[in-house]
Ligand binder design. Structure first.
Ligand SMILES: Cc1cc2nc3c(=O)[nH]c(=O)nc-3n(C[C@H](O)[C@H](O)[C@H](O)COP(=O)(O)OP(=O)(O)OC[C@H]3O[C@@H](n4cnc5c(N)ncnc54)[C@H](O)[C@@H]3O)c2cc1C
Length: 239
């Protein structure tokens, strides 16, 4: 059930030029949510408030606080408000909401994220540090960003690869022509890295897509063209 609650901003970290993380502590009881769900922030605007949706990137097991990953949209009401918000400020939220959660099946799971579309997958994967999937299934994350400067959380992705059974990830950099001397990077868009996964999982895998609406539409169409059944494709559009 959706409830209204307030939370206090306790940490803000700039992760790249335009993406920052905000952590809030609950002022009352913790939110009960499923990994992959989002909350609705009430953003003061003039004499009213506007609502903006943000996926939660932490595990529900983290009961003191929750975090969001926000892309600062120039002149955007909600993202600029959160970007400028002083530590200690309280924000009103509603939640939890959304159906972009993992299906409890034994099918391999492919996560396709662009930009801050990584957020629900972080919650899903961080939660598995405490609650591994049973049975363990292959899980692959392809995360699309433009340049190396936009990348964050690489260390954590490596840790998740070590600790979450069957999980691998690849960061696809669409505007880089050479690769850093590290594993886990690939030049090009997500679709460059998809064919081997489609060969393996096209018929039995579940495909979860999250990002801006145009990218989600393009990736969904790509999967449909590759004959992935439409009932195996799940998506969350950020705009
Ligand atoms: C289910 C759901 C979950 C979401 N989760 C997240 C999340 O985890 N992290 C996150 O950063 N955002 C997320 N969003 C998007 C978020 O709700 C806001 O839309 C976003 O922060 C922009 O709001 P704003 O008030 O700053 O900009 P607005 O004031 O709404 O827009 C200002 C201007 O920027 C344009 N604009 C708006 N968004 C974008 C964009 N993404 N790219 C380019 N131009 C844009 C608008 O068209 C407008 O012209 C989510 C959206 C949905 C629907």
């Amino acid at each position: 059930m959706i409830s209204t609650f307030s939370a206090k901003l306790v940490e803000k970290i700039q992760l790249s030029a335009d993406v920052f993380s905000v952590t809030f502590t609950y002022t009352d009881s913790p939110l009960v949510f499923l990994p992959g769900q989002y909350i609705i922030a009430h953003i003061p605007s003039g004499t009213n408030s506007v609502r903006r949706l943000y996926s939660i990137d932490t595990s529900p097991e983290q009961t003191e606080s929750f975090s969001l990953l926000v892309r600062h949209v120039p002149n955007g009401i909600g993202s600029s408000y959160l970007h400028a918000l002083p530590l200690g400020s309280e924000v009103t939220f509603q939640g939890p909401a959304g159906l972009f959660t993992l299906k409890e099946t034994d099918r391999p799971k492919i996560y396709l994220a662009t930009g801050t579309g990584i957020t629900p997958f972080l919650s899903i994967l961080r939660n598995q540090l405490l609650h591994p999937l049973v049975p363990s299934v292959p899980q692959t994350l392809l995360w699309g960003l433009r340049t190396l400067q936009e990348v964050y959380y690489t260390e954590e992705l490596h840790t998740l690869e070590k600790k979450v059974n069957g999980f691998t990830s690849k960061i696809c950099l669409s505007q880089e022509s050479t690769l850093p001397d590290q594993n886990g990077f690939q030049t090009g868009r997500i679709t460059t890295a998809l064919p081997p996964l489609l060969d393996l999982y096209k018929s039995q895998g579940e495909f979860y897509i999250c990002g801006g609406k145009d990218v989600v539409a393009a990736l969904k169409q790509y999967l449909l063209d590759a004959e992935v059944p439409s009932d195996s494709i799940f998506f969350e559009r950020f705009t």
